[in-house]
Design a binder for this molecule. Structure first.
Ligand SMILES: NC(=O)C1=CN([C@@H]2O[C@H](COP(=O)(O)OP(=O)(O)OC[C@H]3O[C@@H](n4cnc5c(N)ncnc54)[C@H](OP(=O)(O)O)[C@@H]3O)[C@@H](O)[C@H]2O)C=CC1
Ligand SMILES: Nc1c(N[C@@H]2O[C@H](COP(=O)(O)O)[C@@H](O)[C@H]2O)[nH]c(=O)[nH]c1=O
Ligand SMILES: [Zn+2]
Length: 391
């Protein structure tokens, strides 16, 4: 052996070093997979990275993520990109337990793909939340002689896959409520006037968030005041505009609204109660809107539990609710606001308007038993706080 070769031969990583290497590659797998957030439902946005050990340490030979529409899966996409034999003897980093069962679409399960690819080790962030399959993928891999490490960056994976987990375990999507407020706390002017709260950079960031959800949801109160479009208006990203959903117990959505006018470009679903007039439904349906009915709650408005179950049954994993403040507080009080994003602008309204964070929600956000502040910081001139529901 030459002197150079002796110097370059790497010793096996210690357990601590290996754990750090695993976290570093898993972070990349999670970030890579999350790019597809909002495009993969009903499937989760799984990220996968295949590495090979070299004299210079482990290197990435392929990356993959769940493709639009949910297939191929992230692991399959990574193996496809790696090409023949490139993954043999390597390590697969994957953000969710590899699937072990054939679906009706009859693709080879990712456990089988991993065995066929010849990987020697699989590192996963979390188990499959589906009680029917949970742990089965890991067990099959181990039976095939593949070393399996689980729980690497699990908290981050649980947050990224929360919509999928909630739909599989509770039948409802994950909901993020986002609201922008002035420095004096208002989301809108008094008596039904729309105000531009956010700065351009913050507005662009909101559009980027829209692109990472399956649906944008708004109360009819906001729609009547704002006549919003609720599309993704960023260069090259118009195709990432999610379904637009209006919570509208009485079917008050105007036929002249921008939502209805653009229904041919991006779908609009309206959820009403059984009591809403049938002739309004007929008119909206004729215009291309999809109307769904759920029961009325005790307050006469939509039953939010039933509404979210309906969206879950329609395969929606993630909902971005841009309000308004009434809907936001109702979602939170019912335990459905899984994440809450509050942006605060330096602008001042200067007179009483529509309070952005209503008292019930404010009390919940201040309660560490219910929410934790996960991220905060400036985007442009506006200060963002992102709360995550802990209970
Ligand atoms: N700055 C910002 O980020 C935002 C500002 N805004 C501003 O906020 C104002 C509108 O907000 P707000 O008045 O709170 O209206 P919302 O958008 O929250 O809509 C409230 C309406 O939703 C309907 N609804 C359906 N189901 C339910 C339910 N289960 N519980 C309660 N209501 C339900 C009700 O009408 P019905 O019973 O007829 O269905 C209710 O009146 C506007 O001024 C708008 O400009 C709005 C969004 C974001
Ligand atoms: N005014 C306001 C927001 N308003 C939200 O955005 C909706 C309008 O969307 P669009 O028609 O697509 O621009 C509106 O109905 C409300 O939900 N959001 C923010 O981040 N910052 C703002 O200043
Ligand atoms: Zn799979």
């Amino acid at each position: 052996m030459t002197r150079t070769a002796r110097v370059r031969r790497r010793l096996p990583a210690t357990m601590t070093e290996q754990a750090a290497i695993d976290r570093a590659f898993m972070r990349q797998a999670l970030d890579f997979g999350a790019r597809g957030q909002g495009t993969t439902s009903t499937n989760p946005c799984v990220g996968a990275i295949v590495t090979q050990d070299t004299a210079d340490g482990p290197v990435i030979v392929a990356r993959g993520h769940t493709q639009p529409g949910g297939r191929p899966h992230g692991e399959a996409n990574a193996f496809d990109r790696a090409g023949p034999n490139a993954a043999a003897g390597g390590t697969l980093y994957v953000t969710l337990e590899p699937c072990s069962h054939r679906t009706i679409r009859a693709a080879t399960p990712c456990v089988e793909r991993s065995i066929l690819a010849g990987v020697k080790r699989v590192v996963a962030a979390m188990a499959d939340p589906n009680p029917r399959f949970r742990g089965l993928g890991f067990a099959l891999l181990r039976t095939a002689g593949i070393s399996v490490t689980t729980g690497v960056l699990e908290a981050k994976a649980q947050r990224i896959h929360r919509g999928y987990v909630l739909r599989v375990t509770q039948g409802r999507p994950m909901v993020t409520f986002k609201v922008a407020r002035t420095r004096d706390g208002y989301a809108g002017g008094a008596a039904g006037t729309r105000i531009a709260v956010s700065c351009p950079a913050a507005s662009a960031w909101v559009h980027l968030q829209r692109a990472h959800y399956d649906a944008i949801m708004l109360g009819i109160g906001s729609v009547l005041v704002d006549d919003p479009l609720l599309t993704v208006r960023l260069p090259g990203m118009a195709g990432r505009s999610p379904i637009r959903i209006v919570l509208d117990s009485q079917l008050r959505l105007p036929l002249s609204s921008q939502l209805v006018a653009t229904v041919g470009e991006v779908p609009v679903w309206v959820v009403a109660t059984e009591a809403a007039p049938i002739e309004r439904e007929r008119a909206l349906v004729a215009a291309g809107v999809e109307v769904m009915r759920v029961s009325a709650g005790a307050d006469g408005h939509l039953d939010l539990t039933e509404m979210l179950q309906l969206l879950g049954a329609r395969g929606i994993n993630r909902v971005f609710s841009e309000g308004g403040p009434t809907i936001g507080e109702k979602l939170a009080l019912a335990g459905f606001a899984d994440e809450v994003i509050v942006s605060t602008s330096p602008k001042v309204l200067g007179h009483p308007g529509i309070v952005a964070v209503r008292p019930g929600l404010a009390a919940m956000l201040a309660n560490p038993d219910l929410y934790r502040l996960a991220d905060s910081g400036l985007i442009g001139h506006d200060h963002f706080e992102n709360f995550v529901r802990t209970a």
